[in-house]
Design a binder for this molecule. Structure first.
Ligand code: MTE
Ligand code: HPA
Ligand code: MOS
Length: 718
C-alpha cells in the first residue's frame, strides 16, 4: 500500500501546544526529510525499492534556514515572552561597569541509540494496539485516535522501554507511530516503522539553537546590578514544544545568581527545518550558558577571580533569594555547595598553580572555573504535574506495579520497584514493574522534566499505602492474642523483612505472604490505584509571576582544562562535581545520571556541531557528528553529594535527570579562563560548541590584537 494525507480520515495535524504539525506533508513541504507518503511492504527491502520509484514534484520556494533569516523576515512561532523585575534602563544608566555582547549557541542531536520505532497491531472492531519507543504513550494514543477518527478507548499505546530518548521522544515519536497505525488501520495487518539512523537524523528535531543579545551592569567589586537578555531560538517548522522550552529558558535566566534589575525577553523563530524539540535541560542549558558567560566576562574585565565574582552573586538569604518571577529559593544549598566544593576541589591552590603555569608555558594555556546550576523541578504547565499508578498484590506475596512512567535508561523503573518493595517491606525480587500502557494508566503526562520518579513514584507509593492499610487490619487480627481485635492495633503494624509485626511486640510476626493469603480469604481488596498531584504550584504565564516549581535541584562543578595554543585542542584534566540530591532513592543510578548528563553536556559544549548547508543537514552520521567517547572522560573525575533532606519530595529526594547536564558549562567557562591569559583583561567572544576550530580562532584574534598594541592601556571594561 501507499498512503498519503488523502488517506487520513481525521485530523491531519497534531501538536502538544498548537496543532500545526502535519503527519504527512500537506500543500507545502516544510523541511528536507519531511514524510510525504508512507509505503507499506512485506520487507524493508521491498519498501525501499518502492520508495525509490516514487516521483515527487515540488516547486521550490525561498527557505528560511537560520535565526538571522527568521529575524529579518519576521518569521516567528507564537508571540514574544517577557519577565522583568525592577528597572533595567535606570540601573544600566548608573552602573559603574558595563558589558554587552551577542552569543550564538548551537543545537544538539539527541543521538539516542535506538532510533524512532513503532509497531501497530490491528484489533477487534477497528481498535489498535501500538507499541512504540516513546516518552509519551498518552500523546500517541490521543493523536492516533484523532487522526483515524477513533475514540481514545479504541487505541492502546504501550512502551516497555526505550533505547534512550533524552527528550527526543517526548513529541517526536508521534509521526512514526502514526504512520504504523495508519498502515495497520488501512491494511488490517500489523505494521512496523523503524527509522534508520540517517533517516532519524534528517527527520527529527534537535535541541534549539539560540542567539542571545545581552547587556549587564555591575559594581567594581563584581556585583551584578542589572541584566537584559534577549533570546531568539530556532523552533524549526512547527510549534512542537518550542514555547514551553522558551518558558523554561526565561525562568532560568538567573541560574544560581541574584540579579536585582532584570529584563528577560524571548521569541521563537520559525525556520524550514525539522521542528526542534525537548532535549535534556529543555531551554535551560542555553540561558545558563549566557549567564555563566556573563559572570566569566565580568571577572575577566575586572581582572578578578571568577569564583569570587560568582560567590558574591550567588542566591543567598532574605531579599537575595527571590527569583525574577517571585518564587523564593527555599532550602537554598548554593552557598554551602560553593564553599564545600571550593575546598574539596582545592580551587585556590590550583588557580595559583595555573596562573604560574601560564606565565611560562609556550605551548598551552590552562584554565579553571566553577559554575553552578539551580534547576526548577516541575512541569511549567501545571496540569502536567500529576500521575496515577496501579498496584496488584498476588496471593504468594509478589507484587506488580504499573505507572505512566516510561523507562529510557534513567532507571525510573528500578526506583519505583524499590519504592514499592520498601512500602511492603519485601525484597525487590518480589516486585515486577509492568509495561507502561495507557490501558492501565490513563491520561498520563510524558516522562520528562526530570519528574518521572517524583510523580509516578509518589502515585505508586499512594497505591501501596492504601493496600497496606487494609493489610494492617488483617495482620492485627492475625497477631491478636485473646481480647484485642484489630482496631487500634492496625496502626502499630510494621512491614519489614518480608514479615509484619506489631511494633509494641515485635517478637510475634506473620509472613507477608501468609498475611496476603489470609486477606484474600477474608475478601480484602489486594489491588489499588494511586494518584499524585504536585501541591502548591501557582504560576501565571501572563504576568510572569508565581511559583512554577515545587523545589530546585542544585549543584556546582569545578573543571580544569588545557588548551593547545597551536591547535586549539582541549583536554579536560579534572572535574569535581558536588550536587544536592537530598536523600537519594538509588545512589548508584543517580551517580550514573550525573556522569551521563555531564558528558552529554560536554559533547554539546565542545564537540557536537550540527552542520547545515542551507536547509540540508550535513552532520548526518556518526562520522561527521562527534558525540563524546569513553576517551573524552575527564582524566580525573570526582563526584560527591551533599548530605541533605528535601522535605518537599518523595523520600526526601531531589530529581536528577536533567540538571547535571548544565554543569558541563564549567568546562566551557574554564576554556574562557584559559583564553583570558592570552591578553589579560581582554575578552574575545567564544561560541558554543567550543570546537578546536573556534578556540583556535579565538586564540588568533587575541594574539593579533596583542602584538601590535602591546603598550596600550585598557581602562573601561566596556
Ligand atoms: N538517562 C538515560 N539513560 N536515557 C535518557 O533518555 N533522558 C533524560 C534523563 N536521563 C534520559 C536519561 C531526560 S531528558 C529526562 S527529562 C529524564 O531522564 C526523564 O526521566 P526521569 O524524569 O525519570 O528522570
Ligand atoms: N519540561 C520538559 N518537558 C516538558 C515541559 C517541561 O517543563 N513542559 C512540557 N513538556
Ligand atoms: Mo526531558 S528534555 O524533559 O525529556
Amino acid at each position: 500500500g501507499v498512503f498519503t494525507r488523502a488517506d487520513i480520515p481525521g485530523n491531519h495535524h497534531f501538536g502538544a501546544v498548537v496543532a500545526d504539525e502535519p503527519f504527512l506533508a500537506d500543500e507545502r513541504v516544510h523541511y528536507i526529510g519531511q514524510p510525504i507518503a508512507v509505503v507499506a511492504a512485506r520487507t524493508r527491502q521491498e519498501a525501499a525499492g518502492a520508495c525509490a520509484l516514487v516521483k515527487v514534484q515540488v516547486e521550490e520556494q525561498p527557505a528560511c534556514c537560520s535565526i538571522d533569516d527568521a529575524i529579518r523576515s519576521e518569521s516567528f512561532l507564537g508571540g514574544p515572552r517577557r519577565i522583568t523585575r525592577g528597572d533595567f534602563d535606570a540601573a544600566w544608566a548608573l552602573a559603574p561597569g558595563k558589558l554587552e555582547g551577542v552569543i550564538d549557541i548551537g543545537g544538539q542531536e539527541h543521538f539516542y541509540f535506538e532510533s524512532q520505532a513503532a509497531i501497530a497491531y490491528p484489533g477487534e472492531n477497528g481498535s489498535l494496539r501500538v507499541h512504540a519507543s516513546t516518552q509519551n504513550p498518552t500523546e500517541l494514543q490521543t493523536v492516533i485516535a484523532a487522526a483515524l477518527n477513533l475514540g481514545m478507548h479504541a487505541v492502546v499505546c504501550e512502551c516497555r522501554r526505550m533505547g534512550g530518548a533524552f527528550g527526543g521522544k517526548e513529541t517526536q515519536a508521534a509521526i512514526p507511530a502514526f504512520l504504523a497505525a495508519l498502515v495497520a488501520h488501512k491494511t488490517n495487518r500489523a505494521a512496523r516503522v523503524v527509522y534508520t539512523k540517517r533517516e532519524d537524523l534528517l527527520r527529527t528535531g534537535k535541541r534549539h539553537p539560540y542567539r542571545c543579545f545581552w547587556k549587564v551592569g555591575f559594581e567594581r567589586n563584581g556585583q551584578i546590578l542589572c541584566a537584559r537578555l534577549e533570546f531568539y531560538s530556532d523552533g524549526g517548522c512547527s510549534t512542537d514544544l518550542s514555547l514551553a522550552v522558551l518558558e523554561r529558558t526565561i525562568l532560568h535566566a538567573d541560574n544560581a545568581y541574584f540579579v536585582p534589575d532584570i529584563d528577560i525577553r524571548g521569541r521563537v523563530c520559525r525556520t524550514n527545518l525539522p521542528s526542534n524539540t525537548a532535549f535534556r535541560g529543555f531551554g535551560a542549558p542555553q540561558v545558563v550558558a549566557v549567564m555563566e558567560n556573563i559572570l566569566q566576562e565580568v571577572a575577566i574585565s575586572l581582572r578578578k577571580d571568577a569564583y569570587e565574582v560568582r560567590r558574591r552573586n550567588c542566591y543567598g538569604s532574605g531579599k537575595r533569594r527571590v527569583t525574577p518571577y517571585g518564587q523564593i529559593v527555599e532550602g537554598n544549598s548554593l552557598p554551602r555547595i560553593f564553599r564545600q566544593l571550593a575546598k574539596t576541589a582545592d580551587y585556590k591552590a590550583r588557580l595559583a598553580a595555573i596562573v604560574k603555569f601560564n606565565e611560562t608555558s609556550k605551548s598551552s594555556f590552562r584554565g579553571i572555573a566553577m559554575t553552578a546550576v539551580k534547576f526548577g523541578i516541575s512541569f511549567t504547565k501545571k496540569f502536567l504535574n500529576q500521575a496515577n499508578a496501579m498496584v496488584n498484590v498476588y496471593t504468594d506475596g509478589t507484587v506488580q506495579v504499573s505507572t505512566g512512567a516510561t523507562e529510557m535508561g534513567q532507571g525510573v523503573h528500578t526506583k519505583i520497584r524499590q519504592l514499592v518493595a520498601d512500602e511492603f517491606g519485601i525484597g525487590v525480587d518480589s516486585v515486577s514493574v509492568m509495561i507502561t500502557s495507557t490501558e492501565k494508566s490513563n491520561n498520563t503526562s510524558p516522562t520528562s522534566a526530570s519528574v518521572g520518579t517524583d510523580l509516578n513514584g509518589a502515585a505508586a507509593v499512594d497505591a501501596c499505602r492504601q493496600i497496606r492499610e487494609r493489610l494492617a487490619r488483617v495482620a492485627a487480627m492475625m497477631l491478636a492474642e485473646g481480647g484485642e481485635k484489630g482496631g487500634n492495633a492496625a496502626m502499630h503494624m510494621r512491614f519489614a523483612g518480608a514479615r509484619v509485626y506489631d511494633e509494641r511486640g515485635p517478637q510475634r510476626t506473620v509472613a507477608f505472604r501468609d498475611l496476603v493469603h489470609q486477606a484474600r480469604l477474608e475478601r480484602v481488596d489486594l489491588g489499588a490505584r494511586g494518584f499524585y498531584a504536585t501541591p502548591g504550584l501557582d504560576f501565571h504565564a501572563a504576568s510572569g509571576q508565581g511559583r512554577p516549581f515545587l523545589y530546585y535541584t542544585m549543584g556546582a562543578a569545578v573543571a580544569e582544562v588545557v588548551v593547545d595554543r597551536f591547535t586549539g585542542e582541549l583536554d579536560v584534566e579534572r572535574v569535581d562535581i558536588l550536587m544536592d540530591l537530598g536523600r537519594m532513592i538509588n545512589p548508584g543510578i543517580d551517580r550514573g545520571q550525573v556522569i551521563g548528563a555531564f558528558m552529554q553536556g560536554l559533547g554539546w559544549l565542545t564537540t557536537e556541531e550540527l552542520g547545515f548547508d542551507g536547509e540540508h543537514l550535513t552532520s548526518d552520521s556518526i562520522s561527521n557528528y562527534k558525540i563524546p567517547a569513553i576517551t573524552d572522560l575527564p582524566k580525573d573525575f570526582r563526584l560527591d553529594f551533599l548530605k541533605s533532606n528535601n522535605r518537599k519530595n518523595l523520600g526526601g529526594s531531589r530529581a536528577v535527570g536533567e540538571p547535571p547536564l548544565l554543569l558541563a558549562l564549567a568546562t566551557w567557562a574554564a576554556v574562557k579562563h584559559a583564553l583570558s591569559f592570552v591578553h589579560a583583561g581582554h575578552i574575545q567572544p567564544l561560541g558554543i560548541p567550543a570546537t578546536p576550530e573556534r578556540i583556535m580562532l579565538c586564540l588568533r584574534e587575541l594574539e593579533n590584537r596583542r602584538e601590535p598594541r602591546q603598550s596600550r592601556t585598557h581602562g573601561s571594561p566596556a
